[in-house]
Design a protein around this ligand. Structure first.
Ligand code: ZN
Ligand code: ZN
Length: 101
């Protein structure tokens, strides 16, 4: 009888762990979609992007070519849009592609 209780507790523990992992994954995807579909299209981001490109003189921080994009070295996971510009770096297309592969 005690063994059965132990097994049930164990299964419940595993189930709740799986559920938490799943929830974490769902939330992560939600944040990512928000980033892509809302934040990266916002005026606030366009302004910040411009500030970063200007700071870096429109040069790629990795190879020195003309920068056309801005890359996040870190993300402000729970407060989208609050990343300091120190976390952003100007990049060219090809370096940016490499960074995300
Ligand atoms: Zn580059
Ligand atoms: Zn990037």
């Amino acid at each position: 009888m005690e063994v059965l209780v132990l097994v049930i507790v164990l299964i419940a523990g595993i189930a709740s762990w799986i559920f938490k992992q799943w929830m974490f994954e769902v939330k992560r995807k939600e944040r990512r979609d928000y980033y892509r579909n809302v934040y990266l299209k916002s005026e606030a981001w366009q302004r910040k992007r411009y500030v970063v490109l200007k700071r870096d003189n429109w040069r790629c921080g990795y190879c020195g070519a003309k920068a056309t994009q801005v890359h996040h070295t870190r993300y402000a996971k729970y407060n989208i849009g609050t990343e300091p510009i120190d976390w952003l770096i100007s990049v060219c297309n090809s370096c940016h592609d490499n960074l995300h592969n």
